[in-house]
Design a protein around this ligand. Structure first.
Ligand SMILES: NC(=O)c1ccc[n+]([C@@H]2O[C@H](COP(=O)([O-])OP(=O)(O)OC[C@H]3O[C@@H](n4cnc5c(N)ncnc54)[C@H](O)[C@@H]3O)[C@@H](O)[C@H]2O)c1
Ligand SMILES: O=C(O)C[C@H](O)C(=O)O
Length: 348
């Protein structure tokens, strides 16, 4: 079961990242894979719990630290019974945050409130900006060299908030801060494979820009294999990818947003970060990072992951006219969201 789940997790990530069994296939036993402490902040939540499960069954993790403001002892006791490599510890409340973070290699942040129908991701800003700011202040203090995977929305603003907090603390390393946009890639692959009638495991679709509405720009012209779908189908696929989060929010009808697909996407991205840290070559994922690919200071594009986090931010590559138009349209909204995050971090 464990192997089957991991195998499918790996094969889904396989086109853009070598499999997480890479080290094992090269002849290392799981015991000789480096020790890695992974922390989940918001671990008792809708994303946090399945993400804790997926990180528990990842053989690249040796210590799994689960933190939330409530409920983590139960989650930790539960996943801790799974007979996989990592030791699990649950921490609850601010008094235990330092202990939860100390020695972390990778911190994943799905803490904060999710959307309800009718809300935009930006409507979450007022609550989540403060949560992210306080958690990043603690990261700067207790594990300043950890890689950070930001899931909390609005990602287009929470990543700039984190960068400003880290700058103020004097520990900012742009190579180590990632906005998790993997769910957009996961959706684009699923929807494209469905329309093109292709086996989804062999499909890749880069998604660039940001993580909200029109700032999510799937590049179907660069999808592989290339199915040469007509323009109207490409437009419908683009819209569905951009509205994927809203589709789930509406289907859940007030009970939150994507949790299971997000936990999967978060686990794929965290796995890629760990592979990069461990020196696996050519690990590539799309992520929202500090960037000079456009004139905007943060932008999602393909990124090569290495021992220090971002090894290289890759250019966008050739775009279709429709994608070029989408790129220009998204810039003002993404710019405003980035600036809102920077302002919040500096004013509060
Ligand atoms: N990046 C993405 O693609 C993506 C996808 C889905 C959801 N999200 C976002 O992820 C966030 C979490 O979603 P969810 O469905 O898990 O919500 P949830 O309400 O089910 O869980 C959030 C958890 O965060 C915890 N929390 C609140 N304040 C905290 C703090 N100061 N420290 C630690 N934990 C704290 C809560 O106690 C709760 O357990 C939301 O902001 C949502 O919009 C992002
Ligand atoms: O849509 C949301 O609010 C959650 C998340 O950003 C998603 O894309 O599913």
């Amino acid at each position: 079961m464990r192997t089957a789940v991991l195998r499918s997790l790996r094969s889904a990530a396989a086109r853009s990242a070598p499999s997480s069994s890479h080290l094992l296939r090269r002849g290392f036993s799981s015991e000789s894979v480096p020790e890695r402490k992974v922390v989940v902040l918001g671990a008792a939540g809708g994303i946090g719990q399945p993400l804790a499960l997926l990180m528990k069954i990842n053989p690249l993790v040796s210590k799994l630290s689960l933190y939330d403001i409530a409920g983590t002892p139960g989650v930790a006791a539960d996943v801790g019974h799974i007979n996989s490599r990592s030791e699990v510890a649950g921490y609850v409340g601010e008094d235990q945050l330092g202990q939860a973070l100390e020695g972390a290699d990778l911190v994943i942040i799905p803490a904060g409130v999710p959307r309800k129908p009718g809300m935009t991701r930006d409507d979450l800003f007022n609550i989540n900006a403060g949560i992210v700011k306080s958690l990043c202040t603690a990261i700067a203090k207790y594990c300043p060299s950890a890689i950070v995977n930001m899931i909390s929305n609005p990602v287009n603003s929470t990543v700039p908030i984190a960068a400003e907090v880290f700058k103020k603390a004097g520990i900012y390393d742009e190579k180590k801060l990632f906005g998790v946009t993997t769910l957009d890639v996961v959706r684009a692959k699923t929807f494209y494979a469905g329309k093109a009638n292709l086996p989804v495991a062999g499909v890749d679709v880069p998604v660039v820009g940001g993580h909200a509405g029109i700032t999510i720009l799937p590049l179907f012209s660069q999808a592989s294999p290339q199915a040469n779908l007509p323009e109207d189908v490409i437009k419908a696929l683009t819209k569905r990818t951009q509205d994927g989060g809203t589709e789930v929010v509406e289907a859940k009808a007030g009970k939150g947003s994507a949790t299971l697909s997000m936990a999967y996407a978060g686990a794929v991205f965290a796995d890629a970060c760990l592979e990069g840290l461990n020196g696996v070559p050519d690990v590539v994922q799309c992520s929202f990072v500090q960037s000079s690919v456009t004139e905007l200071p943060f932008f999602a594009s393909k990124v090569v992951l290495g021992k220090n986090g971002v090894e290289k931010v890759l250019d966008l590559g050739p775009l279709s006219d429709y994608e070029k138009e989408g790129l220009e349209k998204l810039k003002p909204e993404l710019k405003a969201s980035i600036e809102k995050g920077i302002k919040f971090a500096n004013d509060n």
